[in-house]
Design a protein around this ligand. Structure first.
Ligand code: ADP
Ligand code: MG
Ligand code: MG
Ligand code: MG
Length: 413
């Protein structure tokens, strides 16, 4: 199949087309003609199939040559599957067990065969349903620290890291989506934008704020030009799958090199949007569930910093912050680490504020708010979220820590 030119998969012919993929028939079992195939993709971009047979299930994810959410009027290169595969490979090595196991990659067909996560469900849906996930903060905080640290020249050999930057630099169109939809479109009347009626006054306040737009564009410049580490690039609650106590990360097709605070900042925004949307979803348990979400935010940053510090002490073998400058001269490097983490924190807060804006104003909204049917209920909740995002972008250096961030969320709520 790998030599054949690209063709989108269909459930009816999938068994015949994938029957010769190494190891697949053994994993699924039975005759390929009898495999049960379901298309379950609920994302904005790709096809995702679950193949089921007597021996087990696997997931097949295939890129489409266009944006699924919009249609073939918006072409998008198939090569994103190549970057997703390479990102999954690096994440699996840097944080074993964090991502689904990869069984097969076919570049020409832009498809990845991977472990079926079950009974995991998309975290965003669990948060809308008011479910808690034990260990969520510790797991994802560690993931962010391990991928940030081990994907940087704090730990990697420079030659290896620079070659990887070159590899991922071939990915142009996917980062361009983030550059436009996340960093730019929210702040002018872009064609693909839409927002809930009732938000016009708040939206006008954001768009007329020159200093705000300047800060966002400065962050965009850093996102596009700084190569601190390999990012997941799309780490929101729709890219995390969980059970009551197990957590995995999926869908890194937006992987690119960029600032270390990007992933944890985007994720924090999605927790805060869950927080602000909860009055549209909860009854008696509203307060306790919202407080749990804030605990997740605090716990994620705590786990991030703890794991980052551990790796700093045990795996700092790269070109950056070498021991000859610190430990070898008889004093520790903890102040240098703290200063670096302070910048990472401020980047995270800035990205957080921007993500809170784009999910309400730009093309791809999130179900946390969208599933609140009544716009008169939704708009004021979205307005709180927009106004807190504004304060985060404008005041990133004035917020000392995650405790203060969560206190701010309570003030806007
Ligand atoms: P997209 O890039 O289009 O957003 P995703 O990788 O996010 O695609 O997958 C879309 C959906 O398919 C997910 O929301 C999830 O429901 C399901 N899915 C994806 N990968 C897996 C997996 N390994 N196991 C189980 N379900 C998965
Ligand atoms: Mg997705
Ligand atoms: Mg909306
Ligand atoms: Mg995706």
């Amino acid at each position: 199949a790998s030599q054949a030119s690209y063709e989108a998969l269909e459930p009816a012919t999938l068994g015949a087309r994938l029957r010769d993929v190494p190891g697949l028939a053994e994993r699924v079992g039975g005759a390929p003609e009898t495999w049960q195939v379901r298309e379950v993709g609920d994302g904005n971009l790709n096809l995702v199939f679950i193949i089921e047979g007597p021996a087990g299930q696997v997931v097949v994810k295939q890129a489409l040559p266009y944006v699924r959410l919009v249609g073939d009027s918006w072409p998008l290169p198939l090569y994103r599957a190549f970057y997703e595969f390479h990102a999954l490979d690096r994440q699996a090595r840097r944080d074993p067990g964090a991502v689904p196991e990869i069984f097969h990659f076919d570049e020409a067909q832009a498809l990845i065969v991977m472990e079926y996560l079950s009974p995991h469900r998309i975290l965003r849906h669990k948060l809308i349903a008011g479910e808690r996930v034990e260990g969520l903060a510790a797991r994802i905080g560690a993931f962010c620290a391990r991928t940030a640290f081990r994907g940087s020249e704090l730990s990697m050999a420079s030659a290896e890291k620079k070659a990887d930057v070159a590899l991922f630099a071939g990915n142009v169109e996917i980062p361009a989506i983030t550059e436009d939809l996340v960093f730019t479109d929210p702040y002018y009347a872009a064609e693909k934008n839409h927002h809930t009626p009732g938000l016009d006054a708040v939206v006008a306040r954001l768009r007329e704020h020159v200093a705000l737009k300047a800060r966002v564009q400065r962050m965009l410049m850093r996102f596009a030009s700084n190569t601190e580490t390999l990012l997941h690039g799309d780490l929101h609650s729709g890219s995390i799958m969980a059970t009551a106590d197990a957590v995995r990360v999926i869908d890194p097709e937006f992987a690119q090199y960029g600032p270390m605070g990007f992933d944890i900042g985007m994720l924090t925004a999605n927790y805060l949007m869950s927080y602000f949307s909860q009055p549209g979803h909860r009854g008696a348990d509203l307060d306790s569930y919202q407080e749990w979400l804030l605990e997740v935010i605090e716990g994620t940053f705590a786990a991030f910093e703890t794991e980052f510090a551990r790796l700093w002490d045990t795996e700092r073998t790269g070109m950056l912050y070498p021991r000859c400058l610190f430990e070898a001269q008889g004093h520790g490097s903890a102040p240098a680490r703290a200063a670096l983490l302070r910048e990472v924190w401020q980047d995270a807060l800035t990205v957080c504020g921007i993500e809170m804006h784009r999910r309400v104003l730009s093309l791809a909204h999130n179900a946390d708010f969208e599933s609140i049917a009544d716009p008169a209920l939704r708009a004021p909740l979205e307005a709180r979220n927009l106004m807190m995002g504004r304060e985060l972008i404008l005041g990133a250096e004035t917020i000392p820590d995650a405790v203060a961030l969560c206190a701010m969320a309570r003030r806007y709520n």
